[in-house]
Design a protein around this ligand. Sequence first.
Ligand code: GLU
Length: 285
Amino acid sequence: MINLPSVFRFAPSPNGQLHLGHAYSALLNYQLAMEAGGRFLVRVEDIDQTRCTPELERAMLRDLAWLGLKWEEPVRRQSMHFGEFAKALQSLEALGLTYRSQLSRGDVRRIVEAHEKTGKAWPRDPDGAPLFPGQTHELDAADADNNFAIRLKTQAAIEHIGGPFEWQELVFGGTDKMIESDPKKWGDVVLARRDTPTSYHLSVVVDDAIQGVSHIVRGSDLYEATGMHILLQKLLGLPKPLYHHHALILGENGQKLSKSKNGTSIAQLRQAGATPNEIRQMVGL
Ligand code: GLU
Protein backbone atom coordinates (compact mmCIF):
# COMPACT_ATOMS: atom_id res chain seq x y z
CA MET A 1 0.00 0.00 0.00
CA ILE A 2 1.26 3.47 -0.84
CA ASN A 3 1.61 5.66 2.21
CA LEU A 4 0.12 8.99 1.21
CA PRO A 5 1.14 12.10 3.14
CA SER A 6 -1.33 13.48 5.68
CA VAL A 7 -3.16 16.52 4.38
CA PHE A 8 -4.56 19.07 6.83
CA ARG A 9 -6.50 22.20 6.00
CA PHE A 10 -7.74 25.38 7.62
CA ALA A 11 -10.86 26.57 5.83
CA PRO A 12 -12.07 29.96 7.03
CA SER A 13 -14.77 32.13 5.48
CA PRO A 14 -13.62 35.70 4.79
CA ASN A 15 -16.76 37.33 6.16
CA GLY A 16 -15.16 39.07 9.11
CA GLN A 17 -11.89 39.36 10.95
CA LEU A 18 -10.13 36.25 12.19
CA HIS A 19 -10.14 35.96 15.96
CA LEU A 20 -8.32 33.88 18.57
CA GLY A 21 -10.51 30.87 17.85
CA HIS A 22 -9.39 30.87 14.23
CA ALA A 23 -5.78 31.36 15.29
CA TYR A 24 -6.03 28.27 17.50
CA SER A 25 -7.58 26.15 14.76
CA ALA A 26 -5.10 27.28 12.12
CA LEU A 27 -2.04 26.88 14.38
CA LEU A 28 -3.21 23.45 15.57
CA ASN A 29 -3.72 22.23 12.00
CA TYR A 30 -0.32 23.56 11.02
CA GLN A 31 1.40 21.98 14.01
CA LEU A 32 -0.24 18.60 13.40
CA ALA A 33 0.65 18.72 9.69
CA MET A 34 4.28 19.50 10.48
CA GLU A 35 4.48 16.78 13.15
CA ALA A 36 3.06 14.27 10.66
CA GLY A 37 5.47 15.39 7.93
CA GLY A 38 2.32 16.21 5.97
CA ARG A 39 0.85 19.07 3.96
CA PHE A 40 -0.99 22.14 5.18
CA LEU A 41 -3.59 23.88 3.00
CA VAL A 42 -5.62 27.02 3.45
CA ARG A 43 -8.97 27.06 1.71
CA VAL A 44 -11.04 30.19 1.29
CA GLU A 45 -14.70 29.32 1.89
CA ASP A 46 -16.28 32.29 0.14
CA ILE A 47 -19.43 30.84 -1.40
CA ASP A 48 -21.44 33.62 0.24
CA GLN A 49 -20.45 36.35 -2.16
CA THR A 50 -22.50 38.98 -0.36
CA ARG A 51 -20.67 38.66 2.95
CA CYS A 52 -17.20 37.54 1.81
CA THR A 53 -15.03 40.23 0.26
CA PRO A 54 -11.55 40.31 -1.33
CA GLU A 55 -10.45 42.83 1.35
CA LEU A 56 -11.46 40.47 4.16
CA GLU A 57 -9.71 37.60 2.36
CA ARG A 58 -6.51 39.64 2.06
CA ALA A 59 -6.70 40.59 5.73
CA MET A 60 -7.27 36.95 6.68
CA LEU A 61 -4.26 35.69 4.74
CA ARG A 62 -2.17 38.52 6.17
CA ASP A 63 -3.13 37.46 9.71
CA LEU A 64 -2.26 33.82 8.97
CA ALA A 65 1.12 34.73 7.47
CA TRP A 66 1.85 37.00 10.45
CA LEU A 67 1.12 34.06 12.78
CA GLY A 68 3.94 32.23 11.02
CA LEU A 69 1.89 29.79 8.94
CA LYS A 70 3.06 28.63 5.54
CA TRP A 71 0.63 27.01 3.17
CA GLU A 72 0.64 25.66 -0.34
CA GLU A 73 -0.13 28.08 -3.15
CA PRO A 74 -2.43 28.70 -4.85
CA VAL A 75 -5.08 28.61 -2.16
CA ARG A 76 -8.34 27.10 -3.30
CA ARG A 77 -11.07 29.71 -3.41
CA GLN A 78 -14.49 28.08 -3.40
CA SER A 79 -16.15 30.85 -5.43
CA MET A 80 -13.99 29.79 -8.39
CA HIS A 81 -15.28 26.22 -8.32
CA PHE A 82 -19.05 26.53 -8.50
CA GLY A 83 -18.99 24.21 -11.53
CA GLU A 84 -17.55 21.37 -9.48
CA PHE A 85 -20.21 21.78 -6.79
CA ALA A 86 -22.89 21.89 -9.50
CA LYS A 87 -21.65 18.53 -10.80
CA ALA A 88 -21.98 16.98 -7.35
CA LEU A 89 -25.44 18.48 -7.01
CA GLN A 90 -26.44 17.02 -10.38
CA SER A 91 -25.45 13.56 -9.25
CA LEU A 92 -27.70 13.90 -6.19
CA GLU A 93 -30.48 15.20 -8.43
CA ALA A 94 -30.00 12.24 -10.76
CA LEU A 95 -30.57 9.94 -7.78
CA GLY A 96 -33.91 11.69 -7.19
CA LEU A 97 -32.75 12.78 -3.75
CA THR A 98 -33.34 16.54 -4.04
CA TYR A 99 -36.25 18.92 -4.38
CA ARG A 100 -36.79 22.58 -4.99
CA SER A 101 -38.53 24.56 -2.34
CA GLN A 102 -39.59 28.14 -2.25
CA LEU A 103 -40.47 28.53 1.40
CA SER A 104 -38.58 31.50 2.82
CA ARG A 105 -37.22 31.67 6.38
CA GLY A 106 -40.27 33.79 7.22
CA ASP A 107 -42.63 31.16 5.81
CA VAL A 108 -40.91 28.48 7.89
CA ARG A 109 -41.11 30.66 10.98
CA ARG A 110 -44.84 31.14 10.50
CA ILE A 111 -45.41 27.38 10.04
CA VAL A 112 -43.36 26.63 13.15
CA GLU A 113 -45.09 29.29 15.23
CA ALA A 114 -48.53 28.09 14.19
CA HIS A 115 -47.54 24.55 15.17
CA GLU A 116 -46.05 25.58 18.49
CA LYS A 117 -49.21 27.56 19.35
CA THR A 118 -50.95 24.21 19.55
CA GLY A 119 -48.60 23.35 22.42
CA LYS A 120 -46.43 20.93 20.45
CA ALA A 121 -42.69 21.42 19.99
CA TRP A 122 -41.27 21.65 16.48
CA PRO A 123 -38.13 19.54 15.92
CA ARG A 124 -34.88 21.51 15.72
CA ASP A 125 -31.49 20.78 14.23
CA PRO A 126 -28.32 20.56 16.36
CA ASP A 127 -27.77 24.31 15.85
CA GLY A 128 -31.22 25.03 17.22
CA ALA A 129 -32.84 25.99 13.90
CA PRO A 130 -36.27 24.52 13.14
CA LEU A 131 -36.13 21.55 10.79
CA PHE A 132 -37.41 22.35 7.34
CA PRO A 133 -41.10 21.41 7.02
CA GLY A 134 -40.49 19.48 3.82
CA GLN A 135 -41.83 19.61 0.34
CA THR A 136 -45.10 21.50 0.28
CA HIS A 137 -45.61 21.56 -3.46
CA GLU A 138 -43.72 20.92 -6.68
CA LEU A 139 -42.41 24.11 -8.19
CA ASP A 140 -43.65 24.88 -11.66
CA ALA A 141 -41.77 26.85 -14.30
CA ALA A 142 -43.18 30.18 -13.11
CA ASP A 143 -42.07 29.50 -9.54
CA ALA A 144 -38.58 28.70 -10.73
CA ASP A 145 -38.07 32.35 -11.63
CA ASN A 146 -38.40 33.24 -8.00
CA ASN A 147 -36.08 32.51 -5.18
CA PHE A 148 -35.77 28.82 -4.45
CA ALA A 149 -33.51 26.44 -2.61
CA ILE A 150 -32.55 22.94 -3.65
CA ARG A 151 -32.73 20.69 -0.62
CA LEU A 152 -31.70 17.15 0.17
CA LYS A 153 -34.45 14.61 0.81
CA THR A 154 -32.54 13.53 3.87
CA GLN A 155 -34.74 10.64 4.96
CA ALA A 156 -34.86 9.24 1.41
CA ALA A 157 -31.10 9.72 1.09
CA ILE A 158 -30.48 7.80 4.32
CA GLU A 159 -32.69 4.96 3.11
CA HIS A 160 -31.08 4.99 -0.34
CA ILE A 161 -27.49 4.67 0.84
CA GLY A 162 -27.96 3.00 4.23
CA GLY A 163 -25.97 3.50 7.42
CA PRO A 164 -23.99 3.40 9.53
CA PHE A 165 -22.97 7.04 9.36
CA GLU A 166 -19.87 6.82 11.45
CA TRP A 167 -16.51 8.49 11.54
CA GLN A 168 -13.24 8.09 13.38
CA GLU A 169 -12.66 10.88 15.87
CA LEU A 170 -8.98 11.26 16.68
CA VAL A 171 -8.21 11.70 20.36
CA PHE A 172 -4.69 13.02 20.72
CA GLY A 173 -2.95 11.40 23.64
CA GLY A 174 -5.84 8.94 24.03
CA THR A 175 -7.76 6.27 22.17
CA ASP A 176 -9.56 7.26 18.97
CA LYS A 177 -13.33 6.82 18.98
CA MET A 178 -15.79 5.68 16.37
CA ILE A 179 -18.67 8.13 16.38
CA GLU A 180 -22.07 6.98 15.16
CA SER A 181 -24.13 9.88 13.84
CA ASP A 182 -27.68 10.43 12.70
CA PRO A 183 -27.86 12.78 9.70
CA LYS A 184 -31.64 12.89 10.10
CA LYS A 185 -31.06 15.40 12.88
CA TRP A 186 -30.42 18.04 10.20
CA GLY A 187 -33.59 17.52 8.22
CA ASP A 188 -33.70 18.56 4.57
CA VAL A 189 -30.56 20.71 4.38
CA VAL A 190 -30.01 23.27 1.64
CA LEU A 191 -27.67 22.08 -1.11
CA ALA A 192 -27.88 25.18 -3.29
CA ARG A 193 -29.81 28.40 -3.65
CA ARG A 194 -30.66 30.39 -6.71
CA ASP A 195 -28.19 33.12 -5.75
CA THR A 196 -25.54 30.76 -4.27
CA PRO A 197 -25.29 27.62 -6.38
CA THR A 198 -23.94 25.50 -3.52
CA SER A 199 -24.04 25.33 0.27
CA TYR A 200 -21.59 24.89 3.11
CA HIS A 201 -22.33 21.16 3.53
CA LEU A 202 -22.03 20.37 -0.17
CA SER A 203 -18.93 22.42 -0.96
CA VAL A 204 -16.99 21.33 2.12
CA VAL A 205 -17.29 17.61 1.33
CA VAL A 206 -16.56 18.11 -2.38
CA ASP A 207 -13.50 20.27 -1.72
CA ASP A 208 -12.07 18.05 1.01
CA ALA A 209 -12.23 15.16 -1.47
CA ILE A 210 -10.80 17.12 -4.42
CA GLN A 211 -7.96 18.38 -2.26
CA GLY A 212 -7.24 14.95 -0.82
CA VAL A 213 -7.71 16.16 2.76
CA SER A 214 -7.00 13.23 5.07
CA HIS A 215 -7.39 14.97 8.45
CA ILE A 216 -10.16 17.43 9.24
CA VAL A 217 -9.32 19.33 12.39
CA ARG A 218 -11.93 21.93 13.24
CA GLY A 219 -13.95 23.38 16.10
CA SER A 220 -16.41 21.35 18.12
CA ASP A 221 -19.16 23.67 16.85
CA LEU A 222 -18.99 21.61 13.64
CA TYR A 223 -19.05 18.21 15.39
CA GLU A 224 -22.71 17.53 14.63
CA ALA A 225 -22.37 18.79 11.05
CA THR A 226 -19.97 15.90 10.45
CA GLY A 227 -22.94 13.49 10.48
CA MET A 228 -24.39 15.28 7.43
CA HIS A 229 -20.97 15.31 5.80
CA ILE A 230 -20.64 11.54 6.20
CA LEU A 231 -24.04 11.08 4.52
CA LEU A 232 -23.05 13.34 1.61
CA GLN A 233 -19.67 11.61 1.24
CA LYS A 234 -21.42 8.25 1.02
CA LEU A 235 -23.97 9.51 -1.53
CA LEU A 236 -21.26 11.09 -3.68
CA GLY A 237 -18.81 8.17 -3.33
CA LEU A 238 -16.15 10.36 -1.70
CA PRO A 239 -13.46 9.15 0.69
CA LYS A 240 -13.96 9.64 4.40
CA PRO A 241 -11.25 11.63 6.17
CA LEU A 242 -10.32 11.30 9.83
CA TYR A 243 -11.74 13.97 12.12
CA HIS A 244 -10.74 15.83 15.23
CA HIS A 245 -13.07 18.43 16.70
CA HIS A 246 -11.19 20.69 19.06
CA ALA A 247 -12.47 22.72 21.98
CA LEU A 248 -13.51 26.28 21.21
CA ILE A 249 -11.74 29.30 22.59
CA LEU A 250 -14.35 31.15 24.58
CA GLY A 251 -14.59 34.84 25.38
CA GLU A 252 -14.53 36.25 28.91
CA ASN A 253 -18.30 35.87 29.11
CA GLY A 254 -17.98 32.16 28.29
CA GLN A 255 -19.54 32.77 24.88
CA LYS A 256 -18.24 31.59 21.52
CA LEU A 257 -16.08 34.27 19.88
CA SER A 258 -17.67 36.01 16.95
CA LYS A 259 -16.16 37.50 13.83
CA SER A 260 -18.29 40.58 14.11
CA LYS A 261 -17.65 41.40 17.77
CA ASN A 262 -14.50 43.28 18.52
CA GLY A 263 -11.82 42.67 21.05
CA THR A 264 -10.21 39.38 20.14
CA SER A 265 -9.44 39.84 16.46
CA ILE A 266 -5.90 38.95 15.48
CA ALA A 267 -5.49 42.32 13.77
CA GLN A 268 -6.47 44.21 16.92
CA LEU A 269 -4.20 42.13 19.11
CA ARG A 270 -1.33 42.70 16.67
CA GLN A 271 -1.99 46.45 16.65
CA ALA A 272 -2.03 46.40 20.43
CA GLY A 273 1.52 44.98 20.32
CA ALA A 274 0.96 41.23 20.76
CA THR A 275 3.53 38.94 19.10
CA PRO A 276 2.69 35.69 17.28
CA ASN A 277 4.25 33.84 20.18
CA GLU A 278 1.98 35.56 22.66
CA ILE A 279 -1.02 34.60 20.52
CA ARG A 280 0.14 30.97 20.64
CA GLN A 281 0.33 31.20 24.41
CA MET A 282 -3.07 32.86 24.63
CA VAL A 283 -4.64 29.89 22.86
CA GLY A 284 -2.65 27.35 24.85
CA LEU A 285 -0.26 26.11 22.17
N1 GLU B 1 -15.71 27.62 6.67
C1 GLU B 1 -16.14 27.08 7.93
C2 GLU B 1 -16.09 28.16 8.97
O1 GLU B 1 -15.44 29.18 8.76
C3 GLU B 1 -15.27 25.94 8.41
C4 GLU B 1 -15.42 24.75 7.58
C5 GLU B 1 -14.76 23.50 8.10
O2 GLU B 1 -13.71 23.57 8.77
O3 GLU B 1 -15.25 22.43 7.78
O4 GLU B 1 -16.71 28.01 9.99
